[in-house]
Ligand binder design. Sequence first.
Ligand code: ZN
Length: 173
Amino acid sequence: MSILKIVNCLDPVLRKACKEIENIDGELSTLSQDMIETMYAAPGAGLAANQVGVSSQIIVVDRGIGTEKKDPITIINPKITAMEEEQIGEEGCLSIPDIFAEIKRANRVEMKGVDLDGNDVRLESEGYLARALQHEMDHLEGILFWDKLSQVKRGILKRRFKKRLKEMKGDSK
Ligand code: ZN
């Protein structure tokens, strides 16, 4: 397994809708393992393939989110099939480091997709996990969490991110 490079929000791959996966093969299984390792190393609770530069519909999330237990799951060609209730909470993104904002999401979500063996998966979630699933699903459609905010708020966060990026580059000199 290896840790992959996570692209930041300025990379155009994050703005393109990801392609549906037709063949589940060894390469995909390796990608999934690397994505899980990359997610935990970041550390984060979810990762979409385009965040590591692969424009395919596969996500990994930690079902143990909010607990001590690691419980990763891989979902291929995911779809959100039901949404209920509302939650507002702080959200961040591994592709937009150090930037957080309050985002409104559904509180309960049902997701369907396929696992690495090609079997149907149905996942019921609420709270943090539901938030993570919606966030990763958005990535596959080329959407970033700050797209949910007003233009003014998004502009402030973008400027903050670019400033932070400059500082980070400065740090590594
Ligand atoms: Zn993200």
